[in-house]
Every structure is written in C-alpha cells, then in structure tokens.
Design a protein around this ligand. Structure first.
Ligand SMILES: [Zn+2]
Ligand SMILES: [Zn+2]
Length: 127
C-alpha cells in the first residue's frame, strides 16, 4: 500500500494490509478533518514507513494526529491505548477502493443525515 497527502510532500507505504477499516463518527474526528465522519485504515504501526515526519497535534485525551504542514491533509491518528496501531485516513491511500469499512464506531455521535451506507455493524462508542 502506498499513499500521500494532497500536495505530495508526505508519502508513506507499507507491505501489510490494514488490520481493519472503520468509519469513525466521533466529534474529534469531525473537527480535526472537517468532514462528517472519517474512514480510517488501521495498520500495524511499525509496518508503515514515511518519507518525512508530518506535523503533530496532541489532544487532551493524548491522541496524536498528524497533518501535512504544506497542504493541511489529515494523515494519521495514534493513541497510546493502541500503541501498536496507526490509523491512516483512507482518502490518503492510493487505492482506497480496496479498503471498504467493516464497521461504524461512535455512532451515538453520527449525524442524523448520514445513512449507514452498507450493512456493517454499528458501535455506539469505541468497541
Ligand atoms: Zn501535503
Ligand atoms: Zn474519531
């Protein structure tokens, strides 16, 4: 798998497939990405190689999100409670159609005008 931000400054790759792909409807994802929900591909952290380190934002809940300093693309999410995993925005992957979501999380925060696009399970909070 290869991927990059919008402008191409940040590039990354891994030889592994994602462990899972999830739609996250939490409020923090909405704000930080500026989208109604975010689809994350969850990779083994150590398997992902970056050409350079993106900008880092650490939230009060210790979640670390990264961004391209040039174009602002939201690239990754990492939390110490899942320290061996790195979530990558599926829209940054070169072949996002290969990675459909397998579940919805934080659906208690799902916007009323978002319909579940597929018959995939909902989890009210983080499962
Ligand atoms: Zn960029
Ligand atoms: Zn989220």
């Amino acid at each position: 798998m290869h991927g990059r931000c919008f402008c191409g400054k940040i590039r990354f790759s891994t030889a592994k497939d994602p462990n899972s792909v999830v739609n996250c409807h939490c409020d923090n994802c909405k704000r930080s990405v500026g989208a109604p929900f975010v689809t994350w591909a969850v990779f083994e952290k150590e398997s992902v190689i970056f050409n350079e380190s993106p900008l880092i934002h650490t939230a009060s809940n210790r979640a670390i999100r990264t961004f391209c300093a040039t174009c602002g693309t939201s690239i990754t999410y990492w939390h110490p409670n899942r320290k061996n995993e790195l979530d990558i925005t599926v829209g940054c992957l070169d072949e996002p159609e290969k990675y459909p979501p397998g579940k919805n999380i934080w659906t208690k925060k799902r916007l009323c005008w978002i319909e579940n696009p597929d018959d995939i399970p909902d989890y009210s909070i983080y499962p």
